[in-house]
Design a protein around this ligand. Structure first.
Ligand code: FES
Length: 318
């Protein structure tokens, strides 16, 4: 029985060339790199020889070379493949570093941090960029589980759609969709019409899909007909010392080119249709009522519902 989960460790384009990428994924320090054929690998970021970091090393044909004494470790097995100062008649000792299963899909590099055979389903299976894409990474100063809870209780504390007001009006109860909790909130164009207290029909809605376990968060800005304007996929995972690593890809659909003048001007200027906050305001987080997140934590019951939107589809990878 496998334990653990797939985590989004990085954006695909972050791992390139001969310089490894140091990441923290599910609290584990990893060195990510690619071989000459483009396959991505994840090794524990700790040389078994003298326990120094491997990530300042360099990618060689035989794997990742430690910067200290030059031992090289195979990306797939973690086994030592080369020790520069060995004589020809000396054997390479059975030293190895832990190698983690890696899979790449839709522009994300995922690492399975667990034991046993990795499950088929990856995070972010339904992310399908269409049109202009906006990406980023950050470390947010909030603990991972809190990040997931706040994405349900008050997503406006963690991200924004410039020009859009995310209200605290829930459009229905939180619902279970596969391994996620889904919640819709009313939203409206800023500066248009009356304030949120006077609005009964919201012209926009923000849908957040937050995992029960794992860290693949999907956020959508939808119009009143539930057609997507903006789709964002955020890979979140525990970093160290109560922080959270984030890697996101998002894009504006063609219909996002319509809207109020300020919104349209931003699209024409190529500005991102969303911001993922890296500086989280503690006062705003502390003031949030815990409500939908109680469903994610199993403290209040949650309705099971299979949503029809394509982004809700769960797929496996071959
Ligand atoms: S510490 Fe890595 S090879 Fe010696």
């Amino acid at each position: 029985m496998p334990t653990g989960a797939w985590w989004t460790a990085a954006l695909s384009e972050q791992v390139a060339g001969t310089k490894p990428l140091a990441v923290v994924c599910d609290g584990r320090q990893l060195a990510l790199f690619r071989d000459a054929a483009g396959h991505a690998f994840a090794l524990e970021d700790r040389c078994p020889h003298r326990r120094v970091l491997l990530s300042p090393g360099v990618v060689k044909p035989g794997g990742l070379q430690c910067p200290y004494h030059g031992w090289t470790f195979d990306g797939a097995s973690g086994k030592c493949t080369d020790i520069p100062n060995l004589r020809r008649d000396e054997k390479i000792p059975a030293a190895a570093v832990r190698a983690y299963p890696v899979a790449e899909q839709n522009g994300f590099i995922h690492v399975f941090a667990g034991e046993g055979e990795a499950p088929q389903r990856l995070p972010a299976p339904a992310y399908r960029p269409q049109g202009r894409e906006y990406t980023g990474t950050a470390v947010a100063g909030i603990a991972f589980d809190e990040y997931l809870d706040v994405m349900l209780d008050g997503p406006e504390c963690l991200m924004a759609f410039p020009g859009v007001l995310i209200t605290d009006f829930f459009l229905g109860e939180p619902r279970r969709d596969g391994a996620h909790v889904v919640l819709d909130r009313g939203a409206m164009w800023k500066g248009r019409g009356l304030g949120p207290a006077f609005v009964s029909e919201h012209p926009l809605l923000v849908r957040t899909r937050v995992p029960l376990a794992g860290g693949d968060i999907a956020i959508e800005l939808l119009d009143a007909a539930e057609q997507a304007l903006v789709t964002i996929q955020v890979g979140a995972t525990a970093n160290r010392r109560g922080t959270t690593s984030l890697a996101w890809r998002g894009f504006a659909h063609a219909r996002a080119n319509k809207g109020p003048p300020g919104w349209c001007l931003r699209r024409l200027a190529g500005k991102p249709p969303f911001n993922v906050f890296t500086d989280i305001e503690g006062r705003a987080i502390a003031a949030l009522e815990k409500a939908p997140s109680l469903a994610r934590r199993g403290i209040i019951p949650i309705a099971s519902h299979q949503h029809a939107h394509p982004c809700a589809a769960e797929e496996s990878f071959a």
